[in-house]
Design a protein around this ligand. Structure first.
Ligand code: NAG
Ligand code: NAG
Ligand code: NAG
Ligand code: NAG
Ligand code: NAG
Ligand code: NAG
Ligand code: NAG
Ligand code: NAG
Length: 801
């Protein structure tokens, strides 16, 4: 579809008739396809058909019978000699037909035109026509608006067939050999005539053109030649005269202009002018008849001439609208007398800051005070840089309402000084310049519409005067990161910040913009995160806030993060929870805090941590038991599950609780074999020897720790660990039972083995609550349980006793 539209714009680009078409138009482009015939496989839906630049020699009867919807047909640049008179039988909608640059012979037998009563545009120029005599068929073209013709001989009555038609535009291509019988054109009724001279042409054609038509465009006819026509100024009836692609000497140009000032011509326009001779011309007349004078694309090919003469002639033209555009003039003078010019357009020239001023550096600049009627001044596309100076140049143009300074290199710095503007300026176009935010210090006070597109403004300075009248501010394509507020423009109605660097604009500006109605923030690099949701919310609320978001939603899209890139802002949303701090607190933090508190309370009440650590240890002991099954050789000579070591102070607990619990007083579980010094120590041996003896025959060692034990008994063990590697190794399987809290600092520093074990090993704490004791015993048992080789141990002590 894109291609179709593109093709359509190419096809219709050069079309004089305004061809309206919508998106669904079917375009078939077969130009330059080396076709010798109209192809018969055309789609029946074809509406626009381009067959130009082929080798088609004839249009046959059925060529377009398959394409009833055809309304545009370009057959130019073929070799068509014959056209069947019924070829357009089925294409009743045909509006535009281009048959130019073919080999048709006679305008008298274009019989196919009988079937084309809806034609609006017909081009038959550049064929092999000798006589211009139009056939009777032309009378049928009641809707014809544009007609283009060329023939070698033009005589009276040739156009009789179209004398009843009211054309919009009639184009005649002529050569120097075209023979023209004076008065022939008077039978053509058209608003506008275009005479395009391919080489040169007969005076009579020009005469008839300016006499019979109100709008005359002469292409390729020199001003010098037209001068002769212009001299008979009384006979001229045209009101619009356009000389295009022309050349002139200064003398003839001034002569033509002066003559036309006294003619009916109200709008004179010269486009594509080459002035090849600047010798003296006449001064410009003073008669106020002409309304507008336009020169476009003019060049002077002479090097040395008085530029002032040229400028003076132009600026003193007695017209309301004066345009000199796309012409490399570097200066424009100030009119000698108060000028009546109301619209002065000097766009796309090469003007500098000195424009309109008089005097040089020494006498000081004299500002122009005779352009007092100028209301609209267009100075776009020149070489201006100094904004302050320009304000001075126009400061005496007291009627100035609208000033266009776009497409220059203007900027403003405070060093340039204060700006002086005429009071009436309401419209200022400063687009495509180099302004930064300082520009707001140099604006006309009563401005209502300000265009600052394509500049380098990043922020709105706040220390500026108030521009109470400003209603429309266009900041498109600048570099704002946030939407500027209206502190300085309290009555702003339309704010355009499209194409800036807005990422997640805040809505703070709304507070200062009470009158704002339209906001355009499209084409920005929005970052779609929580903070943007504030902004997108105004799209939903616009009705309430009475702000219309222009180009919403089509041109508002996310550029970050990756996941949202390209998505429309309209479609962007995040869960409300993740964006609102309050919600976040209530939905996540509050429950979390509540949980923590609950757990803390539960722990305090029920000793959660104690249970947890007990369960852990139990699980670990079970696991260890399963994984590290004792190797048989490790169990060689081992007869006890555990050797219990304790201080005398704790003997009661050991003998009353520990031993019975482990040895199986209760029948619920298999008894363990436990040894302890009171029972198993051999008298006569030293304590250390006894300890070693017991330790060797026990799988585990249980130390019942209390401060008493540490201070009275531990010294022996410390000695054992230090002196007997084997025992130290055996003591890998030490189990510490804490009968009372035993902080590390209470352990004398010389017992580094104990300190080490205390800090590394998890120990079992004896709980005083009965309920917990069950778990304690289970844990202890799990740590001790093992299958020992000898079922009934022989107690050494008893044996020897
Ligand atoms: C027809 O095609 C020719 C050559 O491509 C082009 O110059 C001309 O403007 C076209 N005519 C119309 C009416 O578009
Ligand atoms: C042109 O018109 C003249 C006079 O009517 C006639 O003699 C001549 O044959 C015509 N030429 C053509 C090619 O029709
Ligand atoms: C053509 O113009 C001439 C001269 O103006 C006039 O006498 C004649 O009647 C016109 N013919 C038609 C058909 O209008
Ligand atoms: C202007 O006229 C000259 C001859 O007079 C011609 O060669 C040239 O192509 C024309 N240019 C345009 C743009 O019509
Ligand atoms: C003069 O220019 C203004 C602004 O472009 C326009 O509105 C007006 O119609 C023009 N007047 C004439 C007489 O061309
Ligand atoms: C300002 O000038 C630019 C280009 O010169 C133009 O596109 C724009 O429409 C103008 N602005 C107004 C408000 O006329
Ligand atoms: C322009 O502004 C001045 C004050 O700076 C005010 O006195 C004057 O009335 C205003 N003129 C217009 C036309 O609004
Ligand atoms: C936006 O959402 C609509 C449906 O709500 C969907 O049709 C459309 O394709 C989406 N547009 C983009 C650019 O994601």
């Amino acid at each position: 579809m894109d291609f179709t539209l593109w093709a359509l714009s190419i096809l219709l680009g050069s079309l004089a008739c305004s061809a309206s078409s919508d998106m669904s138009t079917i375009v078939v482009d077969l130009s330059s396809h080396h076709l010798s015939f109209v192809p018969d496989q055309l789609s029946p839906d074809t509406e626009i058909l381009d067959l130009s630049c082929n080798h088609i020699g004839a249009l046959r009867r059925e060529d377009f019978w398959q394409t009833p919807r055809l309304w545009f047909l370009n057959l130019s640049h073929n070799v068509i000699q014959s056209i069947d008179k019924e070829v357009f039988h089925s294409t009743q909608d045909l509006e535009i037909l281009d048959l130019s640059h073919n080999k048709l012979h006679s305008l008298l037998d274009q019989l196919y035109l009988r079937m084309t009563s809806n034609l609006r545009c017909l081009d038959l120029s550049f064929n092999k026509f000798v006589n211009m005599t139009l056939g009777f068929e032309f009378t049928n073209l009641e809707k014809l608006e544009d007609l283009e013709l060329s023939a070698e001989v033009i005589r009276n009555e040739d156009f009789a067939s179209i004398s009843m038609l009211h054309l919009n535009s009639f184009t005649l291509y002529v050569w120097d050999h075209t023979s023209y019988e004076s008065g022939s054109l008077t039978n053509v009724s058209s608003k506008k005539i275009i005479v395009s001279a391919q080489t040169d042409c007969d005076f009579a054609i020009l005469n008839d053109a300016v006499k019979s038509f109100s709008e005359v465009k002469l292409v390729g006819i020199t001003v010098d030649k037209f001068d002769i026509v212009a001299q008979q100024r009384e006979t001229i009836k045209a009101t619009h005269l356009d000389l295009t692609n022309t050349s002139a000497s200064w003398q003839h140009l001034t002569s033509v202009v002066n003559n036309l000032l006294y003619s009916s011509v109200k709008h004179l326009s010269v486009t594509g002018l080459t002035i090849y001779n600047m010798e003296t011309g006449s001064k410009v007349g003073k008669l106020w008849n002409m309304e507008s004078f336009t020169i476009r694309q003019a060049i002077v090919t002479v090097f040395l001439f008085s530029q002032e003469m040229l400028y003076d002639f132009i600026i003193n033209m007695p017209v309301q609208n004066l345009t000199v555009a796309q012409t490399p003039i570097i200066h424009m003078t100030c009119p000698k007398y108060p000028s009546k010019i109301r619209m002065l357009n000097l766009a796309d020239c090469a003007l500098s800051e000195k424009v309109f001023s008089r005097g040089g550096k020494r006498e000081g600049m004299i500002e122009c005070d005779t352009l007092q009627s100028v209301e609209i001044l267009v100075l776009k596309g020149n070489n201006f840089q100094d904004f302050k100076q320009l304000s001075s140049r126009v400061s005496l143009m007291s009627s100035l309402l609208s000033l266009d300074l776009s497409q220059n290199k203007l900027s403003y710095q405070s060093e340039q000084g204060d700006c002086v503007w005429p009071l009436n300026i309401v419209q200022l176009n400063l687009s495509s310049n180099s302004f930064d935010s300082l520009v707001f210090h140099c604006l006309p006070q009563n401005i209502t519409e300000l265009d600052l597109q394509n500049n380098d403004i990043t922020v709105m300075t706040t220390d500026i005067l108030k521009y109470e009248s400003l209603k429309i501010l266009d900041l498109t394509n600048n570099r704002f990161h946030n939407i500027p507020d209206c502190t300085a423009f309290p009555n702003l109605q339309t704010l355009l910040v499209s194409g800036n660097s807005l990422q997640s604009p805040s809505l703070d500006f709304l507070k200062t913009c009470p009158m704002l109605q339209n906001l355009d923030a499209s084409h920005n690099t929005f970052i779609c995160t929580c903070s943007l949701q504030e902004f997108t919310s105004i799209a939903g609320k616009t009705a309430a806030a009475q702000i219309k978001l222009l180009h919403w939603p089509r041109h508002y899209s996310c550029s970050y993060p990756e996941a949202w890139r390209g998505a429309l802002l309209k479609n962007f949303s995040l869960p409300a929870v993740s964006c609102s701090a309050g919600l976040l607190a209530t939905t996540i933090l509050v429950p979390a805090v509540a949980l923590v508190i609950a757990v803390a309370v539960l722990c305090r009440q029920l000793d959660g941590p104690w249970y947890m650590s007990m369960i852990c240890q139990w699980a670990r002991a079970k696991h260890r038991g399963a994984v590290n099954r004792d190797k048989p050789e490790d169990l060689q000579g081992v007869v006890f599950h555990a050797f219990v070591s304790y201080s005398q102070r704790n003997a009661e607990w050991v003998k009353g609780q520990l031993i019975p619990k482990l040895e199986g007083e209760e029948s619920t579980w298999r008894g363990l074999r436990v040894s302890y010094h009171e029972r198993d120590f051999i008298p006569g041996k030293t304590i250390v020897e006894n300890i070693l003896h017991c330790v060797e025959r026990s799988r585990r060692c249980i130390f019942v720790l209390s401060s008493d034990f540490v201070h009275s008994e531990w010294c022996h063990y410390e000695l054992c660990f230090a002196n007997h590697q084997r025992v130290a190794k055996g003591f890998d399987s030490v189990i510490l039972v804490l009968l009372e809290p035993l902080p590390l600092y209470m352990i004398p520093s010389k017992y580094y083995q104990l300190k080490d074990m205390m800090s590394r090993r998890t120990y079992l704490e004896w709980p005083h609550e009965r309920a917990k004791q069950v778990l304690f015993w289970a844990n202890l048992r799990a740590a001790l349980q093992a299958d020992l080789p000898t079922e009934s141990p022989q107690r050494d002590g008893q044996e020897e006793e």
